[in-house]
Design a protein around this ligand. Sequence first.
Ligand code: ZN
Length: 255
Amino acid sequence: MSAVALRLPLKPDRALVRKWVEKLGREKITAVIVSHSHFDHTADAPYFAIEAGAPLIGTESTVNVGRGAGLEESKLIAVKPGQTMTFGDFTVRFIESVHGPAVLGRVPFPGTIDKPLVPPAAARKYRLGGVFALLIAHPTGTILHHGSAGFKPDMYDGISVDVLLQGISGRGDTDQYLENVALKTRAKLVVPIHMDNFFKPIKDGMSFLPMVKFDEFCRKAEQHRSIFTMRTIPFCKEVRILPLNAAIVPGDAVR
Ligand SMILES: [Zn+2]
């Protein structure tokens, strides 16, 4: 937290990234896809790509973070809203979205990253770029990764999904957010994400971001329990979320 608050340069921990790539299984990582280029999403992403030998995929701003980290050009893929990419049995559609009103009703660090961003760099250098939601289709089912808590009213017209990974930090009105994302997409399973305190080291375990109002989100989601089920996923553990009739690992108690 202090490095961000004090505007100090953020230094990616490459040894820790390497450890996690090994834990996840290097050969299982086909692509590193980033939804927008704020520091909490991109600062480490190029190093996951380097360790895994995988491409880094996102906006032009995200690609400039990869370039600054030393990723080779052949591993940098800039995508545009509406574009689709295929990875084996997975198809990913990049849907244009907007950022949540995270800090005092404003989007932090707006703008784009127009030249290679060489770390260590201060949080404010990681400008937003664009924002994508990721619609991930597989023969077993469809997963929507809605990572940032803004939305466009028409962005999910005609789209329905099995599983929604819904980023809840920095959201505005929870009822509207559920209405326009979870209910609009007719999600059957809703998994809240992006609520853990990313200002703390991962070794400290799960704790909530300040002001994430997790209980309020649960209470409001619970009102729609006849439409979708809500589950949390355990911190840093592998879970199975499809097919839907297979049991998802119940979430850790998060307090
Ligand atoms: Zn952000």
